[in-house]
Design a protein around this ligand. Structure first.
Ligand SMILES: Nc1ncnc2c1ncn2[C@@H]1O[C@H](COP(=O)(O)OP(=O)(O)OP(=O)(O)O)[C@@H](O)[C@H]1O
Length: 478
């Protein structure tokens, strides 16, 4: 799942399309492109975008056709139209047809970026600022929570390798914290005050890789009106983090190997090479040795990158890290959302989490807590607010390690005044389920099975009552 804005570029001129794509990818957007109206509409029919940038004059129609198509369907995409120089009528027509803004050819890339940013409701990203982002108040090392033996080992390796220039390969499943480890290596070393440039190798279209990595010179291709530096130049003096290195096509692997060996790069269209001083940290969720054996990854590059390896284990293999990571993550997201104090997980919630396999690891835990934070109003997040259906939980792994926490930190506030039966139940969970079932059924009956009304009468959201009904096997007409 990606939160990057998605953009569609429609232009029949391959060089210009490449130029727009490059510019937008550099700003951190996700970009699709089409060479004409039909191709553009097919992409639009298949999915939604945050904005569409279209040339006015296209081989099979006009940018206005794209605009009208979107308007007729009441689609939310913002549209930017690129018109030929001096064709003011066209621009006016486009604005009338619902375009957000227009640009005239030859397109000034700086202006292009500004207009796109403004269409997306963002303040224009300043390149300098983006390259050297303000350091988070808490360094990456401090953010790396967890007390498992594996995490201690990771931390100790980070401290050791941070001092050297040796290439490091971080290995682990998606979302385990590989980028956080790479940042910690960078910040703990002598290069810490320099730039850390993170590149997702799998997200860059193959034909743009060379220009992205090594930059290009003005005039290298039509529309390249200014010199642009690549990732290597941007990371000069600092660290280049190559995420998903296993996704790099073989042709680019050779070029990367050369750049690392020679410590110099040649921008597209340049005659001479320029020296770069970059520390390379790479990461992958793949088994690179197996990729080498399968002929998909160059062995020489593998040896180059894999001088030191740090393995970050999946979350399910270090469940003892769950409480600390959850607390830290909740503190961070609550702070960002302006919620204070940060809610905490009840012991039952932690126990539920420990029975989940977390295929998406810490990132998935973050998403889950984000959702829970948005749903709960109080200071505690309980098991049923995690949105984890029983079917996804492992029954055989009922973790008792969190029991000690129960009654101490994670004990829920006072129970309030409730009537307790004289004969205490033998199976409390089953008993409470029965009570809950009876209450839900009564509320549903009272509101003629209108779940929204029944939920509201019990102080629940529709989502919460649906979840509880599903859990207890109540169907609408029970
Ligand atoms: N030990 C940890 N303590 C606190 N937060 C963590 C920890 N590990 C990871 N995170 C957080 O989890 C999220 C995912 O981490 P990160 O992006 O580093 O994972 P990744 O392995 O690089 O993922 P991908 O393979 O998908 O690129 C980030 O927000 C990160 O801050």
């Amino acid at each position: 799942m990606s939160s990057k804005p998605r953009l569609l570029v429609v232009d029949d001129e391959p060089d210009l399309r490449t130029l727009y794509e490059l510019s937008l990818l550099r700003e951190g957007y996700e970009v699709d492109s089409a060479a004409g109206v039909a191709e553009g509409l097919a992409l639009l029919a298949a999915g939604s975008y945050n904005a569409v940038i279209t040339d006015m004059k296209l081989p099979d129609g006009s940018g206005l056709d794209v605009l009208r198509w979107l308007e007729q369907r009441g689609r939310g995409e913002k549209t930017l139209v690129i018109t030929a120089f001096g064709s003011a009528e066209n621009a006016v027509e486009a604005l009338k047809a619902g375009a957000y803004d227009y640009l005239t050819k030859p397109v000034d890339l700086r202006q292009f970026r500004l207009v796109v940013a403004s269409a997306l409701g963002r303040s224009a990203p300043d390149r300098e600022e983006r390259r050297a982002p303000p350091r988070s108040p808490q360094g990456a090392m401090a953010r790396l929570a967890g007390q498992s033996a594996a995490l201690h080992e990771v931390r100790s390796l980070i401290t050791k390798v941070a001092r050297s220039m040796a290439p490091v390969l971080v290995n682990g499943e998606s979302g385990t914290g590989k980028e956080l480890v790479a940042r910690a290596i960078h910040e703990c070393g002598a290069r810490g005050s320099q730039r850390f440039v993170a590149v997702n190798c799998g997200a860059i279209p193959e034909n743009l890789l060379e220009a992205e990595f090594f930059g290009y010179r003005k005039g290298a291709f039509t529309g390249a009106q200014e010199d642009r530096e690549g990732f290597f130049q941007a990371a000069d003096g600092g660290t280049l983090f190559l995420d998903e290195i296993g996704d790099l096509p073989l042709a680019m692997q050779s070029k990367l190997l050369r750049a690392i060996q020679e410590r110099s790069v040649r921008p597209v269209g340049a005659v001479v090479e320029a020296a770069v001083n970059v520390r390379v940290v790479s990461a992958t969720h793949k088994d690179l040795a197996a990729e080498v054996a399968a002929g998909r990854f160059r062995q020489d590059l593998f040896y180059r990158l894999n001088v030191i390896q740090i393995r970050v284990p999946p979350l399910r293999e270090r469940l003892e890290d769950l409480p600390e990571i959850s607390d830290r993550v909740l503190e961070r997201i609550a702070h960002d959302a302006g919620v204070s104090p940060a809610p905490r997980l009840t012991a039952a919630a932690l126990e539920t989490l420990s029975r989940y396999a977390f295929p998406g690891n810490v990132r998935e835990l973050e998403n889950l807590l984000h959702r829970a934070l948005a749903l709960v109003g109080g200071e505690w997040i309980d098991a049923d607010e995690l949105g984890l259906p029983d079917t996804l939980l492992d029954d055989t792994r009922s973790d008792t390690q969190f029991a000690a926490i129960d009654g101490e930190v994670h004990a829920k506030g006072s129970a309030g005044e409730v009537s307790v039966p004289d004969a205490l139940p033998e199976d409390l969970a089953a008993y409470l389920d029965e009570v809950e079932r009876a209450i839900l059924l009564r509320a549903l009956e009272k509101h003629r099975y209108n779940r929204t009304a029944a939920a509201a009468s019990l102080g629940l959201s529709l989502r919460q009552i649906r979840y509880r009904m599903a859990r207890l096997g109540i169907t609408a007409g029970d």
